[in-house]
Design a protein around this ligand. Sequence first.
Ligand SMILES: NC(=O)c1ccc[n+]([C@@H]2O[C@H](COP(=O)([O-])OP(=O)(O)OC[C@H]3O[C@@H](n4cnc5c(N)ncnc54)[C@H](OP(=O)(O)O)[C@@H]3O)[C@@H](O)[C@H]2O)c1
Length: 304
Amino acid sequence: MYNKKTENNRIIIIGSNGMLGQRLTDFYINKNVKLKCVSNEKESFFEKVNYSQTDLLEPNGIKQIIEEFEPEIIINAAAYTAVDKAEIEKELALAINSEAIKVINNACSKIGAHFINISTDYVFDGENGPYSETDQVNPVGYYGQSKLDGERQLLSSSGSYTIVRTNVLYGPAKFGRPDFVKWVVNSLKSGEQIRIVTDQINNPTYLDDLVNGIAAIAEKRSQGIYNIGGSEFLSRYDFTLKIADFFKLDKSLIKKIITAELNQPAKRPLKSGLKIDKVINELEYSPRSINESLQLMQDELKLV
Ligand SMILES: NC(=O)c1ccc[n+]([C@@H]2O[C@H](COP(=O)([O-])OP(=O)(O)OC[C@H]3O[C@@H](n4cnc5c(N)ncnc54)[C@H](OP(=O)(O)O)[C@@H]3O)[C@@H](O)[C@H]2O)c1
């Protein structure tokens, strides 16, 4: 719950043009905080925001931005997120998802800032999810491995930090590549058949619920690992049916498949998802239902 405890704080959002970064920016832009946005592109998607372009592959850039702005809070929503490509581009994934985390964390420690880094359920193998914060990690692909290495940069440090694990993000991000919901809606609207897996289980996370959870963490400077996910656990296929039902689209275009049929380069955790009891109990986190979230997306984006 946002209680204005971060009022007047200096906050940096890294990856502010990404799917999550946009919604974090949207949230904080209307709050009484001193906001600095940082992303890879030349310009911010948002007008009138204090913005700097920086590539996390050049660590001095982000280091200098942190030293100059002297924030109380840094939220990193930037990441190498190409799950299949990560199997080949291992060094790149590691540089962005782990080495850059070390640089940001060191810069935070020097000025006493609290660092919130976003991680993923892909740190688990998906054999027996959903997972709590203390469950055994065991990534099955390199994206998950690089994100786990990033977590370990923080776990082995003495700084003030939170690792926020989340899964299957969706919501009303207006810029950049479409999220899963938009993709389903656009495909079904244009009469395209889509093949959706029945064997990947998650609790899809509405972006603005995640933003609320992160804002609550920022206020308390909560330490350690927190899961933030949605209120409903279901297969990707059932999620797709819910989307089709909500938008009154043709469900006969949705074909059931299993993950193995996709022959993807990277393995996925199948029986996954994140237990959210800790964040509910400690931070009054209260995720919406999927239908409530889809309604909000519809109100904002007018998808159909
Ligand atoms: N999306 C999901 O379903 C999901 C699920 C679980 C966890 N997560 C985690 O949630 C966080 C946010 O994910 P997202 O879906 O919002 O990701 P996203 O849309 O792919 O955004 C990531 C951002 O990072 C930026 N970035 C990548 N490489 C960079 C570099 N070298 N220097 C500076 N910026 C760089 C990207 O810029 P460019 O586009 O210009 O490269 C982009 O703005 C990530 O930590 C991700 O691992 C996401």
